[in-house]
Design a protein around this ligand. Structure first.
Ligand SMILES: [Zn+2]
Length: 82
């Protein structure tokens, strides 16, 4: 019993998995080509969150800069491969 037990007990972490963010959700809805184009831009560090957010909003996808930043840092579950 104690800290080590709690930290090594998988059951303590099952219910606090990182969640999908609105970027994850958006990617899952886009066509394969659109999702790839968006991913390519997000993978490019010279592309700002602001620029991406603006383009997404223009196309009817309300994704904030903050959410884009979080997604790009990997602080969300991310989209399952395949
Ligand atoms: Zn995400």
């Amino acid at each position: 019993m104690g800290l080590l037990d709690d930290l090594t007990n998988e059951n303590n972490f099952l219910h606090v998995r990182r969640a999908w963010c609105s970027v994850c959700t958006l990617i899952s809805k886009l066509s394969k080509e659109e999702a790839k184009a968006l991913q390519d831009r997000m993978d490019n560090p010279s592309v700002s969150h602001r620029a991406l957010s603006k383009i997404l909003k223009t196309n009817g996808h309300d994704v904030t800069e903050g959410t884009l930043g979080r997604h790009r840092r990997g602080d969300c579950q991310g989209v399952a491969k395949g």
